[in-house]
Design a protein around this ligand. Structure first.
Ligand SMILES: Nc1ccn([C@@H]2O[C@H](COP(=O)(O)O)[C@@H](O)[C@H]2O)c(=O)n1
Length: 274
């Protein structure tokens, strides 16, 4: 069964639950909605920060020294705002748009070749917490949902060169159905009324807004940075808070538990897959 759970590539919008899985009770009712950066990917390793999707590009060999400096200055200015527990989300939203917009403008100026991207990602220090063997709706942004083995750069390219970023802009604090409009994603999964939501910021809490007929939602928050200052807010908002945990062990434990229940129920009625 574990093998059955390692199937499609993660994080493609519109993907369905693993083909061939015979579950009949819990799993057809379940969807996982996850943030990508610092949630599926790691925040740190051996005492060092791991890069975000943006950081991978920002610090790579395809960016000029001047470009790198400007992108770094933006990070140093806006990241403290992003994680400031004393600012409201309303205050943060326009500033995040400002950050993403300025960063994207700088990236476009760099004339990045699409063909360089996969190698840049391979060369980077980005790491997944775990090779999650299930299909997830993953909220990425800008440099868009980047798998670590091969990047799908969701940006239009002219002759393979980055020309601009496609909208809608998804940043840390606007992740909800408004940015998925027209994708039909939530409609496709409308029978999956139980949700496991994974995030690392207060902005990730709204990722399931717009899912029709939610019956159960379990929100799991990774508290990676400024743990002391932000603990209370996270505990008030997430059902489970994982502090400085670079694994997906808790999530996998929950999925395994559900799978165990599923198999048990199937065996009681002599169902398929028992
Ligand atoms: N130009 C940028 C913009 C954002 N970031 C970082 O990416 C992270 C994205 O995390 P989410 O939880 O929103 O998926 C965010 O924490 C920003 O710090 C960046 O590095 N460069």
């Amino acid at each position: 069964l574990k093998e059955e759970m390692v199937f499609h590539e993660a994080s493609t919008l519109g993907s369905l639950w693993p083909v061939g899985y015979a579950g009949i009770w819990f799993f057809p009712l379940l969807q996982v909605i996850s943030d990508f950066d610092m949630t599926l990917s790691r925040f740190g390793c051996n005492g060092r920060r791991c890069p975000t999707s943006h950081n991978i590009l920002d610090t790579s060999r395809v960016i000029s020294e001047d470009g790198k400096k400007k992108l770094k200055d933006l990070l140093h200015h806006y990241y403290p705002i992003e994680i400031d527990p004393n600012r409201t989300l309303e205050e943060k939203r326009p500033l995040m748009v400002e950050w993403w917009t300025k960063a994207h403008e700088l990236l476009v100026q760099q004339k990045i070749h699409k063909s360089d991207i996969a190698e840049i990602v391979r060369e980077s220090e980005a790491m997944l917490r775990y090779r999650l063997g299930v299909v997830v709706l993953s909220f990425g942004h800008g440099v868009d949902t980047m798998e670590l083995r091969a990047v799908c750069l969701s940006v239009p390219c002219a002759q393979g060169i980055l020309t601009h970023f496609k909208g809608p802009l998804i940043h840390t604090y606007n992740k909800n159905n408004s940015v998925l409009q027209g994708s039909g994603y939530f409609q496709q999964l409308s029978t999956r009324t139980s949700i496991i939501l994974l995030g690392d910021s207060m902005g990730d809490l709204t990722m399931a807004d717009g899912v029709p007929s939610v019956e159960n939602i379990l929100k799991i928050g990774f508290l990676n940075d400024k743990v002391e200052e932000r603990r209370k807010k996270y505990l008030d908002s997430y059902d489970i808070v994982l502090e400085s945990d670079e694994t997906l062990d808790v999530v996998n434990g929950i999925l395994r538990y559900l799978l165990g229940l599923e198999l048990h129920l199937q065996s009681l009625v002599g169902g398929e897959g028992a």
